[in-house]
Ligand binder design. Structure first.
Ligand SMILES: Cc1cc2nc3c(=O)[nH]c(=O)nc-3n(C[C@H](O)[C@H](O)[C@H](O)COP(=O)(O)OP(=O)(O)OC[C@H]3O[C@@H](n4cnc5c(N)ncnc54)[C@H](O)[C@@H]3O)c2cc1C
Length: 403
């Protein structure tokens, strides 16, 4: 069983086989797999708990509907790992509140229909054979809350959502790693062989393997190792709407592709969000402000394809609307950076996520496979060196938040 602690001098380890920087879901999943591979693994987290920065701000959804091969290759097995989570972590009955309510990408633009058909064909060639293209009467019969304007959609029932907090805690409990809270990494130490340790606010931990999975702060941690990583944090806001009778609770995550807005049911209410493609790049931060009028803008946009939101909006009181925000982290091809950095031997990345919750199980496993040699760096299409090698496969999956 993993140990989560605020270490005193006695409990602070002097040495580790592998050290992970990040107490969010990506880092904790990585520590899980490293410890399962038999490595004495230590994770350092600067805040006072696991899953307290971006991870809990997530809308907690997962999907296999990707058109980039490398993303589908992570997403599909990740969903299978979530589906078998209690067996994976070895704690019978452990519940991550997984719901297979589906993802529905909808358009009212006849000019986009071919793009949706092509996306579904691509899913199928990538092994995601259960996504569907829907249009006309079938679309409206299956999703009666849609506006008459909606002309086509892609849908996959096995997509859905879960509790990212429970999943993070589960990875920690099912590991044999030590999770050191209130312990900030302040420096990456190197010698002639490469990484030799990590300096923290509580002292130095000697190690030859460090994983930088520090979410929005991965660029800062990269600089500690002398690297300028191509990472761009961008604020993303979401709003919880308190329970309202008009919100269909059996609906999937429903996305209006023309406006980059989406919603999904949550405990009688809903999460609503707008992935604004014009939101500027920002500095990594622990406190991310929300915009005063953001909720009103999203509600207004949602009424176009989901007209019941107009009625909901009319009934809402201030206390029913709870905004929050975190940061996506983009890379030049909007796909994560996973694996060793050859310039700094022993320094690994697992960062650059805008969909880190859903990809974390398989991404963490891949890092462990690269560390142990079970996977060769060249077999990993998301290796950080892909840009200088010129082997970048640009993506076109829906709702990346960039155009
Ligand atoms: C509004 C919104 C909606 C989203 N919806 C989804 C979704 O539906 N599905 C999905 O898959 N993803 C979604 N995401 C993205 C997802 O939340 C992130 O990709 C994911 O949580 C990243 O996890 P992480 O562990 O990399 O980062 P984080 O959760 O940010 O964790 C990073 C941790 O590293 C710690 N840290 C940083 N620097 C140091 C240091 N020097 N020393 C020690 N600790 C340090 C931080 O304190 C933090 O706890 C959403 C994000 C937002 C903002």
């Amino acid at each position: 069983m993993g140990q989560v602690l605020i270490p005193d001098a006695e409990a602070f380890p002097a040495v580790a086989d592998a050290l992970v920087i990040d107490g969010g879901i990506v880092g904790v999943a990585t520590a899980f797999w490293l410890s399962r591979a038999g490595l004495d693994t230590v994770l350092v987290e600067m805040r006072d708990g696991l899953s307290t920065l971006t991870t809990p701000q997530s809308v907690e959804c997962f999907r296999a509907q990707f058109t980039e091969p490398a993303m589908a290759e992570l997403a599909k097995p990740s969903i299978e790992l979530f589906e078998n989570f209690s067996e994976l972590i070895g704690i019978p009955g452990y519940d991550i509140s997984l719901r297979h309510q589906g993802y529905l990408f909808v358009t009212d633009d006849p000019g986009m229909v071919g793009q949706l058909e092509a996306a579904v064909e691509k899913h199928h060639t990538l092994g995601v054979t259960d996504s569907e293209f829907l249009s006309g009467k079938e679309l409206h019969t299956r999703f009666p809350y849609l506006s008459e304007r909606a002309v086509a959609a892609t849908f996959r029932q096995r997509d859905g959502w879960l509790s990212s907090h429970e999943a993070t805690q589960g990875f920690a409990k099912g590991s044999s790693a030590r999770f050191l809270l209130e312990t900030r990494a302040t420096g990456i130490l190197q010698d002639g062989q490469g990484v030799s340790g990590v300096e923290t606010t509580r002292g130095i931990i000697a190690t030859r393997t460090v994983v930088n999975a520090a979410g929005p702060f991965a660029g800062v941690v990269g600089r500690m190792a002398g690297l300028e990583l191509p990472l761009e944090p961008v604020r993303r806001q979401k709003v919880f709407i308190a329970p309202q009778p008009q919100i269909p609770q059996d609906a999937p995550l429903s996305i209006d592709l023309g406006q980059d807005v989406y919603w999904r049911p949550e405990t009688g209410g809903a999460y609503i969000a707008w992935v604004d493609p014009d939101e500027p790049v920002s500095e990594p931060a622990e406190e991310i402000p929300t915009d005063l009028y953001h909720a009103a803008t999203v509600l207004d946009k949602l009424t176009r394809l989901f007209p019941f939101w107009e009625e909901v909006a009319e009934d809402l009181k201030k206390a029913d609307v709870r905004p929050s925000a975190g940061q996506y982290v983009y890379t030049p091809d909007e796909q994560p950076l996973i694996g060793p950095v050859p310039a700094v031997p022993g320094f690994y990345l697992n960062c650059g996520y805008w969909a880190g919750v859903m990809l974390s199980p398989e991404a963490g496993k891949r890092v462990a496979d690269l560390v142990t040699g079970a996977m060769a760096p060249q077999d990993n299409p998301l290796r950080p060196t892909r840009y200088e090698e010129g082997v970048v496969a640009e993506g076109d999956s829906f709702l990346r938040g960039r155009r």
